[in-house]
Design a protein around this ligand. Structure first.
Ligand code: NAD
Length: 355
């Protein structure tokens, strides 16, 4: 009989620090296409779990799992706060979107989404393009944000909602929602960041931009006459508003002391490194727009868009993000809480009440 191999301590999903009673976590492997993915379904109280698929070259499986667990829970709260009859889920594919991603890999991902029988509905996120989602849709109907299921790319609605949220934050902090002459540091000039810059430029704001991808920076400079800073300096730029639109975790003990803006409001998911970082922003008198409240425009479009129909309802719900944030800021000030604590409370109220 073979000796039982000794095992080192392998952290299980149930013991993972980000595990919060997630209903299902699936690990997917398809050697033929190189697909390795994690699909996390957090909560289906309000309906099927809707959340995007992210493709990223994670340094480890644990990094990817951490992202999947955090982001899927965030989708439960986001969908509830946006008033949608949907639960929260998220998929992460462990691959470099510029080198490894292929249509075959995305089709294989679609096959595994199909096997979840509709309990998870996928969509676009970082590292995924509308054409990738069309490949996924060849294998499953449980995909949104494709031309066949609705309005296509959700990013313009995310950008519109962030723009409305930014105006609500300006109204609360500066007493006016007019953005002309206001300086905004936009970190990350991808699908959402670039469109946000267009809205801000149209409203007369001055732009400071940054991205790790040089052509994205050149494009924003050419289109908006933006000033450039290094991505690592975006938070410390001399701006009235800092808009993180790249990846999460950018607000932390290292960056918060250097933030010069009075408002932090942007599209990135999971902007706070830790819960204590929200308290640190509040202590510094910086108004923070909770990420999942301000960036809900994309998921609203994915959930409510119907093929061939006008986008009136989607726009109406997306514009309402401004009112939701105004309410969050008002309650936070009245109750001396952080805005994210109030947003969580409002989402949890909706998880129970099913309204
Ligand atoms: P994207 O992949 O199109 O763009 C991200 C951009 O950030 C890229 O240009 C990338 O080069 C850049 N970037 C990466 N790391 C950076 C860094 N350290 N500093 C500066 N730039 C960096 O993604 P997107 O769709 O625009 O999404 C941006 C953020 O908004 C993500 O956090 C995403 O999860 C979130 N979000 C997006 C949507 C949507 O509708 N697309 C909806 C909700 C939330």
């Amino acid at each position: 009989m073979n000796a039982v191999p000794k095992t080192t301590a392998i952290a299980g999903v149930f013991d993972h620090p980000e595990f919060r009673n997630h209903e299902t976590v699936s690990f997917v492997c398809d050697p033929a296409t190189g697909l390795k993915a994690i699909i996390a379904i957090h909560d289906t109280t309000r309906g099927p779990a809707l959340g995007g698929c992210r493709v990223w070259p994670y340094g480890s499986t644990d990094e990817a799992l951490t992202d999947a667990l955090r982001l899927s829970r965030g989708m439960t709260y986001k969908n509830a706060l946006a008033g949608l009859d949907l639960g929260g889920g998220k998929a992460v594919i462990l691959a470099d979107p510029r080198k490894d991603k292929t249509p075959d890999m995305m089709r294989a991902f679609g096959t595994y989404v199909e096997r979840l029988s509709g309990s998870y509905i996928t969509a676009e996120d970082v590292g995924v393009s509308p054409s990738d989602m069309e490949a996924v849709a060849e294998r499953t109907a449980h995909v949104r944000g494709t031309s066949a299921t609705g309005l296509g790319d959700p990013s313009p609605y995310t950008a519109l909602g962030v723009f409305e949220g930014l105006k609500a934050a300006a109204a609360h902090a500066f007493g006016t929602s007019a953005l002309n002459g206001i300086t905004v540091s936009v970190q990350g000039l991808g699908h959402v960041g670039y469109d946000l810059c267009a809205h801000l430029h149209g409203a007369g704001a001055r732009l400071i931009v940054s991205d790790i991808h040089a052509p994205a920076v050149d494009r924003a400079v050419a289109a908006f006459g933006a000033t450039v800073v290094a991505p690592s300096e975006a938070h410390a730029a001399p701006a009235d508003i800092f808009a993180p639109c790249a990846l999460g975790g950018g607000l932390n003990a290292r960056t918060i002391p250097d933030i010069r803006a009075r408002i932090v409001a942007g599209a990135a998911n999971n902007q706070l490194g830790h819960a204590a970082d929200g308290a640190a922003l509040k202590a510094r008198g910086i108004l923070y727009a909770p990420d999942y409240a301000i960036n809900a425009g994309g998921v609203i479009s994915i959930a409510l868009a119907r093929p061939g129909e006008a986008d009136d309802l989607v726009r109406e719900k997306t514009l309402a993000i401004g009112a939701t944030l105004a309410e969050i800021f008002r309650r936070a000030e009245a109750e001396d809480l952080t805005p994210e604590a109030v947003a969580d409370r409002m989402a949890e109220e909706r998880l129970v009440r099913q309204d």
